[in-house]
Ligand binder design. Structure first.
Ligand code: 5GP
Ligand code: MN
Length: 332
């Protein structure tokens, strides 16, 4: 259980805050940052949001004040020593801050982590982590609800709704509980329009993204008796389509939409290395698969980034490593 009164105390007793989140931020990362920022601003605090990655264009509607900044060492390094509190949201390992990691970890200021991943690394002074929570956005909602630190209004409800909607897979994943629907009811009561949020996030794609999706779907291969499906996206395919790196978010889910497939994977070639996304059905723990290769995540959604690695060296090896997790479920 999170000690929200302690989190409220940290907020009340400090004046300036710097918020950051993981590389390739999703709507939970951005939504919870913006909601947390707005709580702080309502309380008269000074706050900054500084991320490794640029704001994805489909999430720009969440940042109507244009406050999210992309980390620039020259411009921002000093801030990490001048604010009172550093807050890492929606991540449990400082590596996921990428270029922000050093400035964050080396700062002498108070550090907090607000998150919903299991087994956080040791990198902050205070953890506000609930691994049972659907999303970091839900935790920000709980903070408001349990402490009454500010009043819930549309400005707060919109980013929180976006966070919950996306991290529950539009209200279909395991953590889509009655409690979540009660929270969502409160968010709609203050004016959130589900149609608008869904449209902004999922139905405003650039044509290049859809072309890349087509190529990615064509690249799908099956393995392990058709229980594993994996897609591969090369730099060439990315360039050809004109899509941006962040736009592949969500492609991996198509692997799981094939009948009989229990583990889906996306191998994505980076400028220097590869990124692999894992998704699974039921009790298959792809977080353990990711951990084998130094990554992490949740039971049904996890990932790794391997610097300097190539697709050639890793695709077959990782597909093979995944096979044993199919049996993990069969035993249960
Ligand atoms: P995605 O495949 O959407 O990028 O990531 C799915 C989930 O896997 C994320 O929410 C995060 O929890 C986890 N994840 C992805 N990449 C990494 C990584 O490189 N390291 C760790 N520790 N977790 C990751
Ligand atoms: Mn999240």
């Amino acid at each position: 259980m999170i000690d929200f009164s302690y989190l409220a105390k940290v907020i009340r007793e400090n004046r300036t805050f710097l918020i950051s989140t993981h590389v390739n931020p999703d709507a939970d990362a951005i939504g919870s940052e913006v909601a947390f920022y707005r709580i702080l601003r309502k309380l008269g605090k000074t706050a900054y949001i500084i991320n490794h990655s640029a704001l994805p264009y489909n999430l720009a509607f969440l940042d109507s004040e244009n406050i999210i900044q992309k980390y620039d060492a020259e411009k921002h390094a000093a801030l990490f020593e001048s604010v009172d509190v550093l807050a890492a949201l929606d991540l449990n390992n400082p590596k996921r801050l990428v270029r922000v990691e050093d400035a964050f970890v080396n700062s002498s200021k108070v550090k907090i982590c607000i998150d919903h991943h299991q087994n956080p690394a040791s990198f902050v002074n205070h953890y506000f982590v609930d691994a049972e929570s659907s999303s970091t956005g839900q935790i920000i909602y709980d903070l408001i609800n349990e402490t009454g630190i500010v009043q819930l209004d549309y400005e707060l409800a919109l980013p929180i709704y976006a966070a919950i909607m996306t991290d529950t897979g539009s209200f279909r994943f395991d953590r889509t509980t009655p409690a979540i629907h009660m929270i969502v009811a409160r968010l709609l009561e203050v004016g959130v329009d589900p149609n608008y949020v869904y449209d902004q996030i999922y139905d405003q794609s650039h044509f290049g993204k859809i072309k890349l999706l087509g190529e990615s779907l064509s690249s799908i291969r099956l393995a392990a008796d058709n229980q594993i499906a994996y897609m591969v996206i090369t730099r060439e395919a990315l360039k050809r389509s004109g899509a941006q790196e962040a736009e592949v978010d969500g492609f991996v889910n198509y692997c799981l939409s094939i009948r009989g497939v229990k583990i889906g994977m996306l191998f994505f070639e980076l400028k220097d290395g590869i990124k692999v996304s894992f998704r699974s059905k039921g009790k298959i723990p792809v977080n353990l698969l990711a951990e084998e290769f130094g990554g992490g995540g949740h039971i049904n959604a996890s990932g790794i980034r391997l610097a300097g690695a190539t697709l050639n060296d890793h695709v077959a090896q990782i597909v093979e490593a995944a096979e044993k997790y199919l049996a993990v479920e069969q035993k249960q």
